[in-house]
Ligand binder design. Structure first.
Ligand SMILES: C[S@@+](CC[C@H](N)C(=O)[O-])C[C@H]1O[C@@H](n2cnc3c(N)ncnc32)[C@H](O)[C@@H]1O
Length: 268
């Protein structure tokens, strides 16, 4: 059963998203995401759209580097949060990634780090990619994050041991792996769609965009019970981050990472 828009709103109504990237798993996700983005992002000053920008952690980062940012999100409380940050050269508004209020070819780069997690219908995901391609300048990059097909099992069932609290977890992950659909496991739980690497490639192709790169972000860091301690020690932190980077394009293990990040371009 596919996730509904109401389930997504219920998930973010919990108000936990603003702190997510401060948790150990989120620290690795943010560090690796920004590292991959910086490989291709045009230098500042430039204009970046952060579509599905949530409470604005990436918008804040971009603004701190001297970029002008158009932040958009479907959840009103996230837009209010970003508005409250009062960042210079940042606009924010409620908007749907499938139908944006930004003009054609008006930005130098687009971050699409969230909408594809939540759009359960394939044509909606392709449409959000088309919209990102429409607003970016010809040849400009779009950074697209998705949830790996195997994250519910590896992160949810194995690392977080959710089957202790939710005995139907075993059947649940088997259903997710068969269809990709990720309904909410309980009231307010994360829900949406999970991708195989080839799903990402096919959706990008169908949106008329060129795939430049596709990487796994976190490696097995999410499974380390002492991840917080390792991140606090520079040498141990480097082993975790360097290993994730070293394996980022290995086809056999790419999908072990909870997130995949595609770098794509609007054709010139
Ligand atoms: C997990 S959060 C990620 C937030 C931020 N980009 C990050 O990576 O930390 C996913 C975000 O995508 C937003 N989102 C989901 N579907 C969307 C859509 N169709 N249009 C715009 N935003 C959407 C959600 O409201 C949520 O804020």
């Amino acid at each position: 059963m596919a996730a509904s828009p109401e389930e997504m709103q219920a998930c973010y109504a919990r108000g936990e998203e603003a702190r997510r990237l401060e948790q150990p798993n989120g620290v690795v996700e943010f560090e690796r995401t920004t590292e991959v983005i910086l490989r291709t992002l045009p230098p500042a000053p430039a204009v970046v759209a952060d579509i599905g920008g949530g409470p604005g952690r990436y918008t804040e980062w971009l603004a701190s580097l001297g970029y002008a940012v158009h932040h958009r999100d479907l959840v009103r409380s996230h837009v209010e949060h970003v508005s409250g940050l009062a960042l210079p050269a940042v606009t924010t508004a409620t908007a749907d990634a499938r139908d944006l209020d930004l003009p054609d070819a008006s930005v130098d780069a687009v971050l699409l780090l969230g909408p594809l997690y939540h759009l359960a219908v394939r044509e909606d995901r392709v449409q959000s990619l088309r919209e990102a391609g429409r607003i970016v300048k010809h040849g400009g990059p779009v950074f697209v994050a998705v949830i790996s097909r195997w994250a519910p099992r590896l992160d949810g069932a194995v690392a977080a041991e959710l089957s202790i609290e939710f005995p139907r977890m075993t059947e649940f992950v088997a259903e997710v792996e068969a269809s990709g659909d990720l309904p909410a496991l309980h009231d307010g739980a994360f829900c949406g769609y999970t991708h195989r690497p080839d799903d990402v490639r096919a959706e990008v192709f169908d949106a008329g965009l060129d795939l430049v790169d596709l990487v796994g972000l976190e490696g097995i860091s999410f499974a380390l019970g002492d991840l917080g301690e390792r991140l606090a020690d520079p040498a141990r932190r480097a082993v975790v981050i360097d290993s994730a980077r070293a394996l980022e394009r290995v086809p056999e293990v790419m999908g072990v990472s909870p997130h995949l990040l595609a770098t794509v371009r609007r054709p010139s």
